[in-house]
Unconditional design. Sequence first.
Length: 268
Amino acid sequence: MDQLIYLYGLIPTPAAAQKSFPSFQGFDGESELYTIPINNVTAVVCRLDPDEYSEETIKEKIDNDMEWLQGKAFHHHETMVKLYKEYPVIPLKFCTIYKNEQSMYDKIQASEEKIEQTFESLEGNEEWNLKIYCDDEKLKHDVSKNNYEIEAKKKEISALTPGRRFFEMKKIDELVEEELEKEKNRVCEKLHEKLKEFSVKAEIKRNWSRDITGLKENMAWNSVFLLPVAKVDSFLDEVKRLEKERGQNGWRFEASGPWPAYHFSSFS
């Protein structure tokens, strides 16, 4: 039976030919990565045992073995970061696996024109991530204080009996939460549009929970930008300026990169 092929990423064949390929440990911890030239595209792969890494086995691991998943996902990410430091690269999604070299070869060859266009679109650009965090309690105080409707309701219920006041205050708390989310989205959308001016492309991602970030602040915004290299410093300067401007109101900005262009290159 043919060995499975784990595809990490794609690099332009001319770039791959300029230097010898470094030694990288494979997905199974035993094999090594190697390259397969396919015309103007070179695939970075490793071999996997078809019994140990069958589709059913991997699905079982992903669904039920968090330690395995975290370790393998970290390996994939770290490998892509190392490749990105050496070559222009289109990163593939975690666990992109083909039943043999020929099936992968056919897929890449059929998509070669699109892949080459993607390399062209990435040339001279870098992917950067921006996460925006917010101190909800601090912002909630400001929202409540500066919202006419909320302040009017507070005055309205001040003369009520304690029992009635308790239930009306719960309604106000719900209103404050709604206004808080509106304010966070309003501010972040405005900041995103401002920072998009530096980018070739930009995307909005799903926010991470505090269980994932391990932070006390809530993530209010999560976005990625494809930036021309010449504009990266200006982008980062603007992020710093915005944080200085809004930091006293409970906002914090976290820019990171450059990263392999997961969000601005596609190959399935």
